[in-house]
Structures are given as structure tokens and as C-alpha cells.
Design a protein around this ligand. Structure first.
Ligand SMILES: Cc1cc2nc3c(=O)[nH]c(=O)nc-3n(C[C@H](O)[C@H](O)[C@H](O)COP(=O)(O)OP(=O)(O)OC[C@H]3O[C@@H](n4cnc5c(N)ncnc54)[C@H](O)[C@@H]3O)c2cc1C
Length: 409
């Protein structure tokens, strides 16, 4: 079996893994990122790039190039409850350079960061490389067993990072236990074409037991239809025509477009999950992003939190490589730094799921905006509060790692 050695081996080429790989390589650390798929181009997996992530890109000096990648910019978000349209989020007062949420396919974001990371000679991304067992010596994780199309490989590393998402193999193999917070909802994702005369701001449509969130993706709407957990079978049993009719009833402008949902293949289930590891590390290994804490799609903050974890981990660890084994203390420090913002965000998501979404889904009456929503609509300054919570989040991170090489931008 082939063996390779590196300073940091990261399992998972998602937002957390690619950003951490980029930051460590930029700081002079030798990094191997393993991604089990052949490319980043897969099913829709979230494409909201929040102002705090854009701020990181700004701090890295990459913002001008980044904003040349095709994207949409959402400066406000609206809700339509019953017959009333209300503006609830306004990013324009945020203390960030980009006062908007960028909507960009996640694969474009990952390709962009990967292209920049590859300019550092010590960044290595291995596609089609699936992390399996963690290698342990004297109780310390010292590497990963990896499957590739050409065979098996061992990668030995001073530090292994599990950034392999919410079904993380690394965290399971490392024996890290999590707490599952349960959730009463699932989400159906689908695309419906967008017309020039359609509004361009993100819209949450709520009425008589139904919730649909619509994100402007240029020539189509990326739609999230919220359902009771496990209700997909009942919905399918009623037939695709009944489902199309439900969407059209909620958004009458979609009446002549719901036919684009040709079959259930056009409708993808996101099984919503909220969980968090008790301990994000053990000797020689750290988990970040969804591998440490799966987030609900409420607020679209999963990518953002994954990136913030990566920045915090790089800040805490980059300078420790090359000075002998990295002990557990700095890994514990990463958890301490990121656990509180994760906890706060998850608590808010649990609150919204139970106090808002569950109640709406159980209702069979026409709805009107609740008073806090009306307040946001009437007093524009207040819209900065949800904008901050969603767009920046609790304890935003900043790039503190040096650039060890000068590479062409
Ligand atoms: C349908 C859907 C819609 C979403 N919408 C949004 C949204 O609008 N906004 C938002 O912020 N968040 C959204 N999310 C959540 C968001 O995608 C995640 O929170 C975020 O991607 C987490 O980043 P991550 O890098 O931690 O993990 P992931 O993005 O899950 O990346 C993990 C990577 O590891 C790879 N991998 C897995 N196992 C292995 C292995 N054993 N070896 C090697 N590689 C491996 C995977 O292929 C993947 O590329 C959505 C999620 C889904 C499923």
C-alpha cells in the first residue's frame, strides 16, 4: 500500500475543507484535501454566500475576482404572509464591505477557492479519494486510510481534519459522539423558471399550512418547500398533480410554470438534521463544519458556519505546524471558539422550527403577518437585526493567518 505524508490531511472538499486547505497552504503548511467525488458539480447543495463569508474573501484580497463569478445579489429579503408582502431583512446597514447576500452555485464557489489554493505549491487536492479508517498510533490519530480508483493509500499527517459533512465518516471512525436535536421539518428543493417580470428579491411565501422560500438564481427560482418531517410519502401518494396545485395555490404566478415539475425526480428531499458533537476533537484530529454540527437550512447559514470554523481553525493552528505534534489544547481552543456561535445559531433554528414553522404547517386558515414581522416591515432600522444574525452571525471570524508565499492573484 502506498503511503504519503503531509502536515495536514483534510477529509472533505466542501466549503469547510477547501477554505481550511486554502488558508493553511497560504500560510505555508503542506496540505492534502481529499474529496470523494470526481468534481464539485453535484446536486444543489446550498448557494448562499453570506456577507461574513464575502468579508473573508475581501480580507484575502480576492473579492474583485470573486464578484466577477456570475451571481445574484440579494440586498433585502421579503415575506408574503397571506396577501401582505413585508420586508423583513435589509443587509444595507451591515458593518461589512459587501452589504448583500451573494447567490452563487456552491460548485462555483468551491472551484474559485480551489483555483486560488492551487497557486500555492503545498496545496494538494485529491479528487475521487474517499477517506475511510482513521489511523491510530499510541492512542493518537496519525493519518487516514484512503480509497482511490487506483487502489488504497495511507496518508500520514500531523493533523487530520474531518470536514466531510453531516454524514462524516471521519467523525464516526474517530468515535466522536454527537447530540441530535431532532427537527419537525424536512424540505423539498426544486427549480422553476424565472421570468423578467418576476421580483428579484428572495421571498418567503406563507399561507394556510404552506411555506415556500424562493431564491432568485437568474433564469430560475430555487424553491424550498417546507414539509412536516416524514410527510413526503403522503405528499407523493396524493400525486404530482396535487403537489403542483399546492404550489400554484400558494404562488398563483407559478400557475403556468408548475408543469416544469415533470416528475418526482425534479423534486429533491433534504432530510433536515440538527446535531452537534460533544467533543469536536481527539488527539491528532479535529472536526469542523457540518461534520461537527449539522445545521437546519433555516437562514441558509450552513456554508457560512463551515467557513467560519475553517477560518478559526486556521487562525488557531497554522503557526503550530512544523513544531512537533499538535496537542489537544489548540484543538480544544477551536471548539471553544466555535461552539458558542454554533449553539446560538442552532438554538435559534430550533426556536423558529418549533415556534413558527411547525405552527404554520399545522394551520388550515389564511394567515396574516405576526406582530414582530409587522414591526420589521414598519421600522426599517429594525431589519438590520435579522440581517446581522443571518448575514454575519454570532462571533464572526477574521483572517489572522499570514501569506507565506507571494503568488499571482
Ligand atoms: C439540499 C441542501 C440545501 C442547502 N442549502 C443551503 C443554503 O442555501 N445555504 C447554506 O448556507 N447551507 C445550505 N445547506 C447546507 C450546506 O450545504 C452545508 O452546511 C455546508 O455545505 C457544510 O459545509 P461542509 O464543508 O462542512 O460540508 P459539505 O458541504 O457537506 O462538504 C463535505 C464534503 O466532503 C465530501 N466527503 C464526504 N465524505 C467523504 C469522505 N469519506 N472522504 C472524502 N470526501 C468526503 C463530500 O463529497 C463533500 O464534498 C444545504 C444543504 C443541502 C443538502
Amino acid at each position: 500500500m502506498d503511503t504519503r505524508t503531509t502536515q495536514c490531511c483534510i477529509a472533505g472538499g466542501g466549503p469547510a475543507g477547501i477554505m481550511l486547505g486554502f488558508l493553511l497552504a497560504r500560510a505555508g503548511v503542506d496540505v492534502i484535501v481529499l474529496e470523494k467525488h470526481a468534481d464539485f458539480f453535484r446536486d444543489f447543495r446550498g448557494d448562499t454566500i453570506h456577507p461574513s463569508t464575502l468579508e473573508i474573501v475581501y480580507e484575502l484580497g480576492l473579492i474583485d475576482d470573486f464578484l466577477r463569478v456570475p451571481h445574484q445579489e440579494a440586498r433585502i429579503a421579503q415575506g408574503q404572509v397571506g396577501t401582505e408582502t413585508v420586508t423583513i431583512i435589509d443587509f444595507s446597514r451591515l458593518p461589512t464591505h459587501c452589504k448583500f447576500l451573494a447567490l452563487m452555485p456552491q460548485w462555483d464557489f468551491l472551484n474559485f477557492m480551489n483555483e486560488r489554493a492551487k497557486r500555492y505549491p503545498n496545496f494538494h487536492l485529491e479528487m475521487n479519494a474517499e477517506a475511510g479508517d482513521v489511523l491510530v498510533e499510541n492512542g493518537r490519530v496519525c493519518g487516514l486510510a484512503v480509497s482511490t480508483p487506483t487502489g488504497h493509500l495511507e496518508i500520514r499527517a500531523d493533523l487530520v481534519v474531518g470536514a466531510d459533512g453531516r454524514s462524516s465518516t471521519v467523525r464516526a471512525k474517530a468515535g466522536l459522539a454527537s447530540r441530535d436535536f431532532g427537527t419537525p421539518i424536512d424540505v423539498l428543493w426544486m427549480r422553476v423558471s424565472r421570468r423578467p417580470e418576476d421580483p428579484d428579491v428572495p421571498l418567503g411565501r406563507v399561507d394556510t399550512g404552506k411555506i415556500l422560500v424562493m431564491l432568485n438564481r437568474g433564469d430560475y427560482w430555487q424553491c424550498a418547500y417546507v414539509i412536516r418531517k416524514g410527510a413526503l410519502e403522503d405528499i407523493r401518494a396524493r400525486g404530482i398533480d396535487a403537489f403542483r396545485a399546492d404550489i400554484a395555490a400558494l404562488v398563483p404566478a407559478m400557475q403556468n410554470r408548475v408543469g416544469e415539475l415533470g416528475s418526482w425526480d425534479d423534486i429533491k428531499l433534504l432530510t433536515v438534521k440538527i446535531d452537534r458533537l460533544h467533543r469536536w476533537y481527539r488527539d491528532g484530529l479535529l472536526c469542523i463544519g457540518d461534520a461537527a454540527h449539522a445545521m437546519s437550512p433555516i437562514g441558509g447559514v450552513g456554508i457560512n458556519l463551515a467557513i467560519q470554523d475553517a477560518v478559526a481553525a486556521a487562525n488557531a493552528l497554522a503557526r503550530r505546524f512544523g513544531r512537533g505534534p499538535i496537542g489537544v489544547a489548540p484543538l480544544a481552543a477551536v471548539q471553544r471558539r466555535r461552539e458558542w456561535p454554533t449553539k446560538m445559531t442552532q438554538r435559534l433554528q430550533v426556536f423558529v422550527q418549533h415556534r413558527v414553522l411547525e405552527r404554520v404547517l399545522a394551520s388550515d386558515r389564511p394567515m396574516r403577518p405576526a406582530w414582530p414581522i409587522r414591526l420589521l416591515d414598519r421600522i426599517p432600522m429594525l431589519r438590520a437585526i435579522p440581517a446581522y444574525v443571518v448575514g454575519v452571525g454570532f462571533r464572526p471570524e477574521h483572517v489572522r493567518t499570514p501569506e507565506a508565499f507571494t503568488v499571482p492573484r
